[in-house]
Design a protein around this ligand. Structure first.
Ligand SMILES: Nc1ncnc2c1ncn2[C@@H]1O[C@H](COP(=O)(O)OP(=O)(O)O)[C@@H](O)[C@H]1O
Ligand SMILES: [Mg+2]
Length: 131
């Protein structure tokens, strides 16, 4: 959050970044044994922030499906679904997708998952802090 604020993100956008990162990190804790997070400033025409969260876990079999709300542990659950696991809502990746401007999910060649998210600063802002 502090990093996002330093880059010029407003309070709300910085909280959105923090929530996204915590969802991704919680998945690493849930599904993998170890992982790492990298925060990067993106400069140039499109300025903003990039966060990479990768791990050495089992990877995500169907990354596109996994972003759907209600998709958890290998299948999509709906409201009336009695088999919905109590431990997981399956809303994490969908929320991250909505809270960020781009999201890339990859299975690493060496195994594990790599997720790259970007959030852009508003075009008018040249690093000046906003509300
Ligand atoms: N880092 C990861 N490694 C392996 N599988 C993952 C990882 N992150 C997410 N998944 C898979 O994608 C599904 C959806 O993730 P998410 O939306 O965060 O829901 P939840 O964590 O509540 O199940 C998970 O249930 C899991 O099967
Ligand atoms: Mg999750």
């Amino acid at each position: 959050m502090r990093f996002a604020r330093e880059l010029g993100f407003g309070e709300l956008a910085a909280r959105e970044v923090a929530l996204s990162v915590s969802e991704l990190v919680s998945n690493v804790l849930k599904y993998a044994r170890s992982g790492q997070m990298t925060l990067q400033r993106v400069s140039g025409a499109r300025a903003g922030m990039q966060v990479i969260v990768e791990d050495d876990g089992p990877g995500i079999a169907d990354p596109q499906a996994a972003v759907a709300d209600g998709y958890t542990q290998g299948r999509l659950h709906t409201g009336a679904d009695a088999a919905w696991p109590r431990s997981s809502l399956g809303l994490g990746l969908g929320a991250v997708k909505r809270l960020t401007d781009s999201m890339l999910i990859e299975n690493r060649p060496e195994g594990g998952t790599k997720i790259v998210i970007c959030k852009w600063l508003p075009p008018t802002s040249s690093g000046a802090a906003q509300r």
